[in-house]
Design a protein around this ligand. Structure first.
Ligand SMILES: NC(=O)C1=CN([C@@H]2O[C@H](COP(=O)(O)OP(=O)(O)OC[C@H]3O[C@@H](n4cnc5c(N)ncnc54)[C@H](OP(=O)(O)O)[C@@H]3O)[C@@H](O)[C@H]2O)C=CC1
Ligand SMILES: O=C(CO)COP(=O)(O)O
Length: 326
């Protein structure tokens, strides 16, 4: 018997819907909260979410826009975009009376504050127990019951392990960790790096460039992670290298797809959330504050902001001074 029988997912987008399905599959009583009442009512009646088309939402999942109802759950998963996580937790905070675990499922870093998701939760809901879930997991794959493994971190190992028990199933395998920061850095940085690799593929630079760029991207993710106290095994684990490999190799990734379109000189896909676009400028500000060089992420940020053309950014990366590999 789990300590967390009821689960509420805040944010009824692609990932929130997939996570509600995961929790239902694990045997939990699930509430999926949509901020827009009309949107929520439509999902509740059709059992279909246009943000995750083709996935049938089982009748056992309660879809609501009543936040007080959702906040009564034993554990809460926040699946809004990263820049909206604070707003969502602020709204929840007034309904939270006990030390409920709040698991950040967004991947990013807050603009302006440079805060990671669990820090935002700790500030917005001081009584809650922040945790983070991240790893190689496309919403569509996960909702269909295709297998994957992810990392779930909380500062208290027993809590992280209990949360894993509550969400895990034969198709969704979370590993527990206490390295919150390591998990957060991997999830945020890989989206920026996936844009870079998408650009390279869109520019027809070839499979060798794809592998080289992914590897050098991993080197910079590791450099920043180590400077911020992340553990090496987290960075080489599911939420770091694992998610980087997935996102840098598949056009199913919205970040990779954004890069692909930019590299081809096409319009980026409309209405698709690509978190790397928002994370890139914050990531390089954060790295600069630590005196860490992130050349690939800096190239992405300068392309996205229009400070550099794609060809100039590629040339600048390839003509950096030769150095030892580290
Ligand atoms: N999709 C995926 O495969 C995965 C996504 N993630 C991460 O999950 C996060 C969400 O992504 P995803 O679900 O794909 O994005 P979507 O664009 O599909 O959905 C985002 C959802 O968040 C809702 N939302 C926005 N602001 C708020 C708010 N203030 N309060 C409550 N809900 C809000 C939106 O509501 P509305 O519909 O009303 O606009 C929408 O339903 C991102 O950080 C992403 O990186 C992580 C792993 C996998
Ligand atoms: O985080 C993800 C897979 O782990 C989803 O990637 P995209 O947001 O790039 O689609």
């Amino acid at each position: 018997m789990t300590a967390f029988q009821s689960v509420a997912v805040i944010g009824a987008g692609a990932w929130g819907t997939a996570l509600a399905t995961v929790a239902a599959r694990a045997g939990r009583n699930v509430t999926l909260w949509a901020r827009n009442a009309e949107h929520g009512a439509r999902i509740a009646s059709t059992r279909d979410n246009p943000r995750l088309p083709g996935i049938r939402i089982v009748p056992e999942i309660v879809v609501t826009s009543d936040l007080a109802l959702a906040a009564r759950a034993d554990m809460l998963l926040i699946a809004t975009p990263a820049q909206h996580l604070r707003g969502a937790v602020n709204m929840l905070a007034s309904h939270i009376t006990k030390a409920v675990p709040i698991v950040a499922c967004a991947k990013g870093i807050e603009h302006g504050t440079h805060k990671f998701m669990t820090d935002v939760i700790a500030e917005a809901a001081p009584h809650a127990q922040p945790a983070i879930l991240s790893g190689p997991s496309f919403a569509d794959d996960v909702a269909r019951g295709l297998p994957t493994a992810v990392t779930l971190a909380a500062s208290d190992e027993a809590l992280a392990s209990s949360l894993v028990q509550a969400l895990g199933s034969p198709t969704f395998r979370p590993y527990h960790s206490t390295d919150i920061r390591g998990v957060e850095i991997g999830g945020a940085a890989k989206n920026v790096l996936a844009i870079a690799v998408g650009i390279a593929i869109g520019r027809k630079l070839g499979a060798s460039a794809q592998a080289a760029l992914t590897t050098r991207g991993f080197a910079e993710l590791t450099r920043l992670g180590r400077a911020l106290g992340a553990r090496r095994e987290t960075l080489t684990g599911l939420s770091g290298l694992g998610d980087l490999i997935l996102t840098c190799s598949s056009p199913q990734s919205r970040n990779f797809a954004l890069g692909l379109a930019l590299g081809r000189g096409e319009q980026p896909p409309a209405g698709k959330l690509a978190e790397g676009e928002f994370t890139a400028p914050v990531l390089i500000e954060l790295a600069a504050s630590q005196n860490i060089e992130l050349p690939v992420s800096e190239a992405v940020a300068s392309i996205l902001s229009g400070r550099s053309t794609i060809d100039a950014a590629i040339s600048a990366l390839m003509t950096r001074p030769f150095k030892a590999e580290e």
